[in-house]
Write a protein that binds this ligand. Structure first.
Ligand code: DAH
Length: 351
């Protein structure tokens, strides 16, 4: 058996010349140089040749193998270069704009939650979360809001149409304060905790109300916690959140505590900052008052301690709660709460 090696070389060379892409070139390589390729077949056929013929044909086959290898190698380089310079019609044009990958960004509410949490974490607070479905006891009774108390109206919510659990009706929490109860029941003081989360109220939706919004609750319990601790803590917090904003512009953020009533704290206060827009002069954002309410706060009521089994003679505590949307609106100069929930990318992409 003998091969017409000259013809084999001529055929292979002609075929390589025709090739236009790397895939076909690889197929051609397999055809000639693969394990079952033409050259391998020829090499295994050598055994049938006479002893004198065998080495001669063997050497020639080897030469051919090397020649084809070089040829294919050269063609590979050539094709790769064509790809880069983009001259071949059927290949891609590298001057075309690429397919860009759109990157998402963090929702402004999440941004503000993260910022507030990190401020309190830097002061030694722990982050704790609680369920959005709560018991009537945790949302109301344990927080010193008895069944018939008028302040239940302020914290009214959506009840869940399901059988009571351990004699307790279930509802969507109307504030993050019930997590005080959950956390204090399983921990002993000293503790300092912040609780970010969603809350729900049966409010009609308008520019400043939503049936769902976000709050951050904070509380600290120890021996001899004082109202002055609360003031100092919230003052530091306000400086960090508002002073760094574009609107705040590094100003000293003045703060005032207005006496107020919350069932779960005594004494209680609403906390205002000097309007960061008009610097106290009075403008449309602060309703000409020169002050902006940012949160509620106070000293934890002894009845709340009793509900979780803490001795109110031994421990005192401070607590505060704020609406995230409100803080975000002030911080970024947003005038409609609905923008946060409409998922309009023109709005969301600005953060
Ligand atoms: N839970 C209150 C609300 O939703 C906010 C609040 C006020 C929380 C005073 C507190 C507090 O812990 O001490 O309006």
């Amino acid at each position: 058996m003998s091969f017409d090696l000259a013809k084999l070389e001529a055929d292979a060379t002609a075929e390589v010349q025709e090739i236009k892409d790397l895939e076909s070139l690889e197929a051609l390589r397999v055809k000639y140089l693969g394990r079952r390729g033409i050259i391998s077949e020829a090499i295994s056929g050598l055994s049938q040749l006479s002893a004198e013929e065998r080495p001669r044909q063997g050497a020639q086959l080897n030469n051919l193998k090397n020649t084809l290898n070089d040829l294919i190698q050269k063609k590979t380089e050539e094709l790769k270069n064509t790809l880069v310079t983009g001259t071949a019609k059927d290949l891609f044009d590298i001057t075309m704009p690429g397919v860009s990958q759109d990157l998402g960004n963090i929702h402004p509410i999440t941004l503000v939650i993260d910022e507030i949490c990190s401020i309190f974490v830097s002061m030694g607070f722990h982050i704790v979360e609680g369920p959005e479905i709560e018991t009537e006891f945790n949302n109301f009774s344990a927080l010193n809001i008895p069944l018939e108390h008028p302040s239940r109206d302020v914290f009214d919510t959506f009840y869940i149409n399901s059988p009571a659990v351990d004699g307790q009706k279930l509802l969507l929490r109307s504030h993050t304060s019930p997590v005080q109860i959950r956390a204090m029941k399983i921990r002993k003081p000293p503790l300092a905790i912040i609780v970010p989360g969603k809350v729900f109220r049966p409010d009609a939706v308008d520019a400043s109300h939503s049936f769902m919004f976000h709050q951050i609750e904070g509380f600290l319990v120890d021996k001899e916690v004082r109202f002055s601790d609360l003031k100092g803590l919230l003052y530091l917090f306000a400086q960090q959140v508002f002073s760094a904003t574009k609107i705040g512009g590094g100003q000293d953020i003045k703060m005032r505590f207005r006496p107020h009533f919350f069932p779960f704290t005594e004494p209680s206060a609403e906390v205002d900052i000097c309007c960061i827009i008009c610097k106290g002069e009075g403008c449309s954002v602060c309703g000409r008052k020169g002050w902006l309410e940012i949160l509620g706060a106070g000293m934890i009521h002894p009845n709340v301690f009793k509900a979780v089994g803490y001795d109110p003679k031994k421990f005192t505590g401070l607590a505060f709660g704020m609406g995230i949307e409100r803080i975000a609106m002030l911080k970024y100069g947003i005038n409609d709460i609905r923008l946060f929930f409409e998922n309009d990318l023109r709005f969301l992409k600005q953060f």
